[in-house]
Design a protein around this ligand. Sequence first.
Ligand SMILES: Nc1ncnc2c1ncn2[C@@H]1O[C@H](COP(=O)(O)OP(=O)(O)OP(=O)(O)O)[C@@H](O)[C@H]1O
Ligand SMILES: [Mg+2]
Length: 338
Amino acid sequence: MTENAIEMENLTKKFGDFTAVDKLSLNIKKGKIFGFLGPNGAGKSTTIRMLCTLSNPTSGSAKIAGYDLIKDPSKVRENIGLVAEKMIMYDTLTAAENLRFFGKLYRIPKQKLEDRIDEMLELVNMQEWKHTQIDKFSTGMKQRINVIRALLPEPEIIFMDEPTLGLDPQTTYSIRDITREINRSGVTVILTTHAMIEAEVLSDRVAIIDHGKIAALDTPQNLKKLIAESDVSIFGAEITNLTPKLIEKINSLDVVDAVAQQDDHNLKISANGTEALNQIIDIIRHEDGNIASITKSNETTLEDVFLAVTGKEIRDQATGKAASTPHMDGEAPKSRIR
Ligand SMILES: Nc1ncnc2c1ncn2[C@@H]1O[C@H](COP(=O)(O)OP(=O)(O)OP(=O)(O)O)[C@@H](O)[C@H]1O
Ligand SMILES: [Mg+2]
């Protein structure tokens, strides 16, 4: 038996002329938590949908739990669970009824299903809510039921597509704990998230994907080391009168790789070279920006890596496609690390 839970070879998905996933080749080891990061529209969900047999690849191949995606889709389905981007749940049914409904779809024998439902409710600390209708639940409680729904058939691999999106901090922590617990029980976890800290604290390895391709792939620690050893600097700038125009001006500097707005006054700027700081200060002053503080971060985070790798192109959420591309077609962002 192979030690890989998932093997992808040149996995590709095209929608018309548009390539959403571009010859992705990647192995994911059994028993690990693997993080998929990438800007909006990078192709994360499309990849997951293909690996879950919900969407046919245009070309390429993949093995999931040892089974070929194309030749053996039903075997693949027997070995996976999916926590999709959108929750699938019936509001008028109770927690137990929902779980029973999906358990029957998986053809789990009756008594086994009942035992499994109790075991799973216990895992997420929801036993006392077993007979409560789902529409009485908070989003976090629904998500916990949604997660265990995917675990009912005891899958070898679970895909979790942005499982903490829209959850409050407490529930986010609890979903992360549950994710660790699931993994400790031997299940391989494939996770997508926009929360860098989540990827960092949970994942054994992460792939940053951009335009359907792998832009970086390593352990979070190694990725951070790569940045620390490169000539990329990450600055934090607090500007009291921050405007979109000012952000655009900073972004347009050659030395700047990416700008991420943290809140109304704070920016995180990824830049290259020794002259970067002077140029950033000059342009802010030139645009009448009031600088409250500028700091150079000493400790690299996964977000810094993400910014440096995916560059300053802003993605259009509506279409998921890149908007106002400042670099030429086909050209990689300047500071791409591999
Ligand atoms: N059914 C479809 N038809 C046409 N284009 C699609 C379809 N599904 C996805 N796309 C496009 O493929 C690209 C990748 O989408 P995908 O949903 O995989 O991105 P993502 O990385 O999951 O992004 P997000 O972080 O926003 O969830 C996007 O440009 C999207 O618009
Ligand atoms: Mg997605």
